[in-house]
Design a binder for this molecule. Structure first.
Ligand code: BGC
Length: 440
């Protein structure tokens, strides 16, 4: 790490590196509205899948209000905006591309750049077109090919000026939600997740090679990564052998299986009698220019004798969000250290971090404590490129519906008015000064 920065930070312990990227993140389905050709649109209509059966509908009406949203980004002073493209809107049928949608994204990217905001594009954030899911989704052997074909079509519109890319958002959340727990489309449960997982990894590698080749031919540098959701599971009773064993297994599969595969070129997952995956995937080695970390909280696992099942819960006494998620900044440092062990030379990027907090009671504290962890890690030599707060504004929180409020900006879902919460101004000041500001 840059010796000058180390010296400077000794003089001024609170500041961030000069080119640190301050960022906010969103996802298409959660903010745009009218995602009528997506698998989630269908899923939301099924009774009982979403809290209070809330449908994403117009979401935050971002498709109409994108100018307002660029304005609030400017107010915050961010350098980078992480957002995703709606595959289902761009390609509503397998043989149909909606060029109006594509050109709107192109125009949006131009506007961001004009306002000195660097676009960070997520190519896949949980959602698929209905036709893709109907054909078999990520389980299809030709899923990587289908996605690449799509990428090649959209690249000339959205790719040429984009330098920061996230291929897949939280592949293990997609697998866990869609194929293990059955909480997200396609709603499968059990342990038959080898095919979709392998196909997602293969697609990632192909995207990586394609985008890199494009950038080389255009003589520019780009940076590509995954956004990995990291969440540590701990035994509620550390002396309980079974709870310990299960938590370690969950961590191994949920947090580390993909990262180890990316480091070793080999995907290995096993749960005795349930699943045994051992696949060579040499093509996925060295396909991360940065390691994206989405970090929110940690969880505890315990064995419930009432129903003879393993259950999850959050810390009983520490401060918790509206979703009951514990505020646990130490976990962010643990995540980064684990990444460093596997990829000593690859920089990190915090691609998501935030809290559901309608009244803004804890958000400043949450931001302060997580940034403090980052700051300390940077001073100790970790290379961290940037920090994206989740989220710019309240949005549709998947199976939780509109309840949880993750926004720096509050959204009134009747008028679609956006109103900065006090923490938005706090984040703005941090960005402006490029240093950590203590909370009163
Ligand atoms: C996802 C977001 C989600 C956020 C809060 C992340 O897992 O990428 O889409 O809204 O967490 O739950």
């Amino acid at each position: 790490m840059h010796i000058l920065f180390l010296l400077a930070s000794l003089l001024h312990a609170q500041s961030f590196p000069k080119n640190f990227k301050w960022c906010v993140a969103t996802a298409d389905h959660q903010i745009e509205g009218n995602d009528i050709h997506s698998d989630w649109w269908d899923w939301e209509k099924l009774d009982g899948k979403i809290k209070n059966n809330e449908h994403s509908g117009l979401a935050t009406n971002h498709t109409k209000l994108y100018l307002k949203d660029i304005e609030i980004m400017k107010k915050l002073g961010i350098q980078t905006y992480r957002f995703s493209l709606s595959w289902s809107k761009i390609q509503p049928e397998q043989n149909k591309i909606d060029y109006t949608v594509l050109k709107n994204y192109q125009n949006f990217i131009e506007l961001l750049l004009k306002n000195n905001i660097e676009p960070m594009i997520t190519l896949h954030h949980f959602v698929n077109p209905q036709w893709f899911q109907a054909k078999g989704g990520w389980e299809m052997p030709d899923a990587p090919e289908i996605f690449l074909k799509y990428l090649k079509i959209i690249y000339p519109y959205i790719g040429k000026k984009t330098t920061l890319w996230t291929t897949f958002n939280e592949p293990m959340v997609l697998i866990g939600g869609g194929y293990i727990q059955g909480l997200m489309p396609p709603g499968k449960s059990g342990f038959q997740f080898e095919k979709p997982l392998v196909n997602i990894l293969k697609t990632h590698a192909e995207i990586y090679q394609y985008l890199k080749a494009q950038a080389r031919s255009e003589k520019r540098e780009i940076s590509i990564g995954f956004a990995h959701h990291i969440r540590f599971f701990q035994a509620q009773n550390p002396d309980n052998f079974l709870e310990k064993m299960i938590s370690e297994k969950v961590n191994e599969i949920f947090n580390w299986a993909i990262l180890d595969a990316l480091a070793n070129g080999r995907l290995k997952i096993s749960i005795p009698f349930l699943i045994s995956i051992d696949q060579d995937l040499p093509q996925i080695k060295k396909t991360q220019d940065y390691i994206g970390i989405n970090y929110y909280t940690r969880e505890f696992l315990y064995f419930s004798f009432r129903d003879f099942q393993f259950r999850r819960h959050f810390h009983p006494t520490n401060p918790r969000s509206d979703l009951d998620w514990e505020i646990y900044p130490t976990g962010l440092r643990q995540s980064m250290d684990e990444m460093k062990k596997r990829f000593p030379k690859v920089p990190l990027f915090i691609t998501e971090n935030g809290i559901a907090d309608q009244t803004d009671k804890y958000r400043k504290k949450y931001i302060f404590e997580h940034l403090q962890v980052l700051q300390q890690a940077i001073t100790q030599g970790l290379d961290i490129l940037g920090y994206c707060h989740w989220s710019l504004m309240d949005n549709y929180e998947w199976i939780e519906g509109f309840g949880p409020r993750f926004g720096l900006y509050e959204v009134d879902y009747k008028t679609f008015n956006r109103k900065g919460r006090p923490s938005a101004d706090y984040f703005r000041q941090i960005i402006e000064k490029n240093e950590l500001i203590p909370i009163e």
